[in-house]
Design a protein around this ligand. Structure first.
Ligand code: SDX
Length: 418
């Protein structure tokens, strides 16, 4: 296989190096293109452009494969735990039993949030969208932990800030929920594991282990997803050497959008609209296919997966298990399954390779766990934190790191005079 690509630009020819990844992906390295030819490339939405080389997550969109540090998402969701995966993502290796115990202990010790953060959460209107509070609280943490806002954190500071943020954001997320319910905050219980403690602080009482386990699997499935919109945002902000709190806050903002993490909330709202409309989803399928109609089938389609999102497969199978364990039923699950079946036999979706993504079924489980729809994207952020922090760490530790600053082609007016 050639190690370089030849580009003939008419008046110029150039040879560009080819980069090959450990899973066989290939890229043309255009770092020297503008300097040597004056040309840049254009790629709307960066669907064909690599921003970095990474060792964290691999996705094969055509085959529906997702791996973290070489472990498949199926293997991890069955055999690992959210905090073990978080450790693997941060530290490039699975923790020993002692390392995991110490990591969990650090997170537990750092789960109480400053009074100032509680006051900030309470300062928001009760009806505020939880993602607005999550983003504000995340960046506000920088004022409470100024010793962790250096532009170049050393290893001991990195090993401090990762468990700190996992502990703090768990409590912040639960407090945001309580604020929205008009209830007082519940402090963390150090005797409880991560998801059991989150649910305890959210509900004000201990929940059965089945529920805590179901949430742990959901957090595993959301932990990282290579250069998605919010992870790319974390990297862009991190590339200016803004601190990690600021980078994560920007990641939360990017995730909020209904085309990204906000889709999990939009899916539930769509399923409830179908239910309210008598349960007939054909009308919604037609709307999704109508170019004149802005409506999209939320939870369907993906920039990278042109096959089933492997996370959606795990969540779909888990829905039945969780509903059975909770001895509850949800008609929305039947609507979702019918919608999926109909869409996957419709030429419009088949020809565009539009399959259910991670957001299509996740809301069914969140709802069964008693989590309200407007909190779904905060739950996505809770799961995605280790991924964002690992992407940030890989960026700032890379010798190749430079500030992200794309170019453009100017199409505006020229030679105007006042
Ligand atoms: C996440 O990137 C990640 O990894 C993200 C994520 C993660 O873990 O971080 O996986 C999480 O964000 C999942 C995606 C959640 N979003 C949604 O479910 C919203 C609905 N989906 C779409 O809006 C869309 O599929 C995107 C945003 C997910 C992807 O958009 P693309 O890659 O820009 O695709 P596109 O808009 O160019 O669509 C290609 C075609 C178009 O039709 P044509 O112009 O070719 O005729 O497919 C159509 C689109 O109109 N299309 C849809 C559709 N998604 C794409 N038509 C109807 N319903 C949809 N959902």
């Amino acid at each position: 296989m050639s190690k370089s690509a030849k580009l003939d630009l008419g008046e110029k020819q150039i040879e560009l190096p080819i980069i090959e990844g450990s899973e066989g992906e290939r890229a043309v390295d255009i770092s020297k293109l503008r300097a040597e030819t004056g040309f840049i490339t254009m790629d709307n939405g960066f669907g064909n452009s690599g921003s970095c080389e990474s060792k964290i997550t691999f996705i094969d969109g055509e085959k529906g494969i997702l791996k973290h540090r070489g472990y498949t998402i199926e293997n991890l969701s069955e055999k690992s735990s959210f905090l073990e995966l978080a450790y693997l993502l941060f530290n490039q290796k699975l923790p020993s039993a002692d390392e995991l115990t110490s990591f969990k202990g650090k997170i537990t010790e750092r789960s109480r949030i400053p009074e100032g953060i509680k006051a900030l959460i309470k300062s928001f209107p009760k009806e505020a969208h939880p993602m607005s509070i999550a983003s504000a609280a995340m960046v506000a943490l920088s004022a409470h932990y100024p010793e962790l806002t250096d532009q170049d954190l050393n290893d001991s500071q990195k090993n401090e800030i990762f468990p700190l943020l996992l502990g703090q954001f768990k409590t912040i997320a639960a407090a945001i929920y309580r604020h929205g319910q008009g209830e007082s905050f519940v402090d963390p219980d150090p005797s409880l594991d991560y998801t059991a403690d989150f649910l305890y602080m959210m509900k004000g009482k201990q929940v059965n282990p089945e529920i805590a386990k179901a949430l742990d699997v959901l957090l595993i499935l959301h932990a990282d997803h290579e250069q998605n919109c919010s992870a790319a945002t974390v990297r862009v902000v991190g590339s200016s050497k803004a601190n990690l709190f600021a980078s994560l806050s920007a990641g939360i903002d990017a995730l909020w959008g209904p085309l990204h993490g906000g889709a999990n909330q939009a899916v539930l709202e769509m399923l409830e609209a179908i239910q309210k409309d008598g349960g007939g989803y054909e009308k919604f399928i037609s709307k999704a296919k109508d170019k004149e109609d802005p409506f999209r089938l939320m939870g369907f389609g993906h920039r990278v997966y042109k096959n089933f999102d492997p996370r959606a497969k795990v969540i779909k199978s888990y829905c039945d298990e969780v509903l059975e364990a909770l001895e509850t039923e949800d008609p929305l699950l039947d609507i979702a399954k019918g919608l999926e079946k109909t869409a996957l036999s419709d030429e419009y979706f088949v020809s565009r390779k539009l399959f259910p993504n991670v957001d299509f079924y996740s809301g069914i489980i969140y709802k069964a766990l008693g989590i309200p729809t407007n909190m779904f994207t905060v739950m996505f952020a809770l799961g995605r934190q280790p991924g964002w922090m690992s992407q940030w760490r890989e960026l700032v530790e890379s010798p190749a790191m430079r500030i992200t600053r794309p170019r453009q082609i100017y199409q505006g007016k020229t030679d105007e005079k006042l």
